[in-house]
Design a protein around this ligand. Structure first.
Ligand code: SF4
Length: 234
């Protein structure tokens, strides 16, 4: 009889836990949807807890509901951007690093890949040179990296308090998750992939603290026209 009671209680506890987790996942997707659609951040700690603890499960859950699992990374990036925004702005640029993905480079790029990442020659063929130049002018340490191994090395070998990163939503979310002791800001790629990716460099400049004039027209195309970047900078 005692064993029967034990299994009955155990079964009830398991059901309650499963229902609670599924409710938490559903609430996270609903609140994340509100954040993406209406730019309203509600219960950020709940969102961050679920995103960090149930990351893979939440993706599967979302896909089972017919929603692309990428939304989980998008929610993660948006929440972390909002939560860290004020603190990131307060930190001096000399304590910040800018991390760019090497997939933004032009197909004719002649820069060499060294231990600290790509050594951009600033040939003005792609957006990397412009962002690197502007970032260094402002005081950022700039790194152009091919992957997370380089990021690990950068973290180990450099002193900084805040990170501004550019990557696809998934890489950005996972990197921001790992770097949660730093103030992180992220700008997702407009077109991701291994090569020929695109970023809204106006968004990167704004995150860097550059005041853009409203009339400035920004070409989002990551083309190789030498005039397409530097001419539009404030
Ligand atoms: S500006 Fe772009 S294409 Fe030119 S060296 Fe730098 S990364 Fe390569």
């Amino acid at each position: 009889m005692l064993i029967y009671d034990f299994y009955q209680i155990f079964g009830q506890v398991v059901i309650i836990i499963v229902i609670s987790i599924l409710s938490l996942l559903s609430i996270t997707l609903i609140l994340g949807g509100i954040l993406i659609r209406e730019n309203k951040l509600i219960f950020p700690k709940v969102l961050l807890f679920t995103l960090d603890v149930f990351y893979s499960f939440l993706k599967k859950f979302s896909e089972n509901l017919g929603v692309d699992g990428k939304i989980v990374d998008q929610i993660g990036v948006e929440v972390r951007n909002k939560v860290n925004e004020k603190h990131f702005k307060k930190i001096t640029t000399n304590d910040k690093i800018l991390v760019l993905p090497h997939c933004l480079r032009h197909s004719d790029c002649e820069a060499n890949l060294e231990t600290a990442g790509l050594v951009c020659k600033n040939c003005n063929r792609c957006v990397i040179g412009v962002l690197k130049d502007k970032g260094e002018d402002l005081g950022y340490q700039v790194f152009i990296i091919p992957g997370s191994t380089f990021l690990k090395k950068i973290i180990e070998e450099n002193d900084f308090k805040a990170v501004l990163g550019v990557a696809c939503y998934q890489d950005l979310n996972l990197a921001m998750m790992k770097l949660n002791k730093f103030s992180c800001q992220g700008v997702p790629l407009l077109r991701d992939g291994c090569v020929n990716t695109k970023v809204d460099y106006k968004a990167v400049l704004e995150k860097m603290g550059v005041k853009l004039e409203k009339k400035v027209e920004v070409n989002r195309d990551n083309s190789c026209n030498k005039k397409s970047y530097s001419d539009k900078l404030p």
